[in-house]
Ligand binder design. Structure first.
Ligand code: AMP
Ligand code: GLY
Length: 428
């Protein structure tokens, strides 16, 4: 089977790397891919913002499975554009269900009707009203653009003044364009963060190894939010009991709710979770694999990812799980008993503006316990150069978390490019 992956980040490199290992797979393409995906896939030039162009390529080239990496094409309805012909499968939710990520307000409404625990919130379409509300309310809040903002439209505010500034940046200055036409203001939760990714077939789900991302740019969780500066798996903060609780209270009710609404959820559902004193609460849902969580989840997955994806797309995951007596929370059954860590090497200035085109040296050869997933890189004349904010994900496996981290940092220190920036406290 030929498999096409849509996207260009570290997540897509990790997907291509894992999918390449499947015995079913004869060819892997990545559209557009990056400077590293060429090691495991063919980079394909395609307008991925045009669903019809993608479908035409898929049909013309007899691609059996297409995997959508990022949220934007999912929100644009790329999955709905695929023919339902039993020959060209696509992994990801349709536009209706993808609204879980594309509209934070809608996601909050769905959570309310499904009874999912989350921060208390209010939605606003008027900046003045939002500002009046903030002045009346005297507690720490988080201000979020409701629409897609590449993981950047979230402001965790320490004061009412900071929250007012956030409202202005999102609604008045339109830093995130029309994604900021609506905002939500929510209670600031306190606790430890966790990411849980589940493969879903519309009815049933199987959670993959729980992970943890580090979203702030600076050490000690300081500075602005980024797409993620590093990740570890398994997440030691999530006991088996807590994973079961999250599976039952955070994933299952959403699947039931969306199925009842006529938009069954197929693909990967990602829950960003805060483990609070009152139990796990949802920070956000994403309708795709997390980035950089995927870079630590997939190296630990000991079953064939293509098999899992085809079971989900064919609505047969539940049947498969029953056959092998697997429960939704049984991630250990599909996971190596190892630890994985990834350290992001970013460009100086990220998540703000940064320079591109810096030559990269010192990239290690892939080893059994070490792989560098590329994100913002491209092939330059003399080798690979930087082309994005998050440049590389240095990923290592170990028998302990410390072991995985020390291997990842040792390799990260060998890699050089002008303006290289990393957090030294991933997994701490
Ligand atoms: P989101 O994109 O909604 O997951 O938000 C990005 C990051 O902002 C999260 O990973 C948290 O670190 C932080 N965050 C979001 N919502 C809250 C909240 N209600 N309370 C505390 N921190 C939050
Ligand atoms: N790492 C967070 C995300 O993928 O949105």
């Amino acid at each position: 089977m030929k498999v096409l992956i849509i996207g260009s980040g570290g997540r897509e490199h990790a997907l291509a790397w894992k999918i390449r290992k499947s015995p079913h797979v004869t060819w892997v393409g990545c559209a557009p891919g990056n400077g590293g995906t060429t090691a495991v896939a063919e980079n394909v030039q395609l307008d991925t913002s045009d669903p019809d162009a993608v479908v035409k390529y898929v049909v013309d080239n007899e691609i059996g499975l297409t995997v959508i990496g990022p949220e934007a094409p999912l929100a644009d309805g790329i999955v709905d554009a695929f023919p339902n012909d039993g020959q060209h499968f696509v992994f990801g939710p349709g536009a209706g269900a993808a609204k879980l990520e594309a509209s934070k307000r809608w996601a909050k409404e769905v959570m309310a009707s499904a009874g999912v625990p989350t921060a208390r919130w209010r939605g606003f379409t008027d900046a003045d009203e939002a500002i009046q509300y903030l002045k009346r309310r005297n507690e720490p809040v988080v201000v979020k653009a409701s629409g897609l903002a590449a993981g950047k439209g979230v402001y965790v505010c320490n004061s009412a003044e900071a929250a007012v500034e956030a409202v202005k940046a999102i609604m008045v200055d339109r830093t995130y364009g029309d994604s900021g036409a609506e905002i939500i203001i929510e209670e600031r939760l306190v606790g430890t963060e966790a990411s849980l990714i589940a493969v879903c077939d519309g009815t049933d789900h199987l959670v993959l190894v729980p992970s943890r991302d580090h979203k702030r740019v600076g050490e000690g969780d300081t500075g602005p939010n980024t797409g993620g500066m590093g990740a570890i798996a398994p997440n030691p903060a999530l006991s088996a009991e807590t994973v079961k609780l999250c599976s039952e209270t955070i994933i299952a009710p959403i699947l039931r709710e969306l199925k009842a609404d006529g938009t069954p959820y197929k693909g990967v559902l990602y829950a960003g979770i805060m483990l609070t004193e009152d139990g796990p609460k949802v920070l956000e849902y994403n309708v795709r694999f997390g980035d950089p969580e995927t870079q630590v989840v997939l190296p630990l997955l000991k079953v064939d990812l293509v098999d899992l994806m085809l079971l989900a797309v064919g609505e047969k995951l539940g049947e498969f799980m029953q056959q092998f007596n697997l429960h939704s929370e049984d991630w250990q059954s599909v996971t190596e008993t190892k630890h994985c860590a990834t350290v992001v090497l970013a460009s100086q200035g990220y998540p703000g503006s940064y320079e591109k085109g810096k030559p990269i040296s010192g990239l290690p050869k892939e080893q059994e316990d070490l792989v560098v997933f590329h994100a913002g890189t491209k092939a330059g004349e003399g080798g690979v150069v930087t082309s994005g904010g998050r440049v590389l994900n240095v990923t290592a496996l170990g028998d302990t978390l410390e072991d995985a981290l020390s291997k990842a940092y040792a390799a990260a220190d060998q890699i050089q490019f002008d303006g290289k920036m990393l957090r030294r406290d991933i997994g701490k």
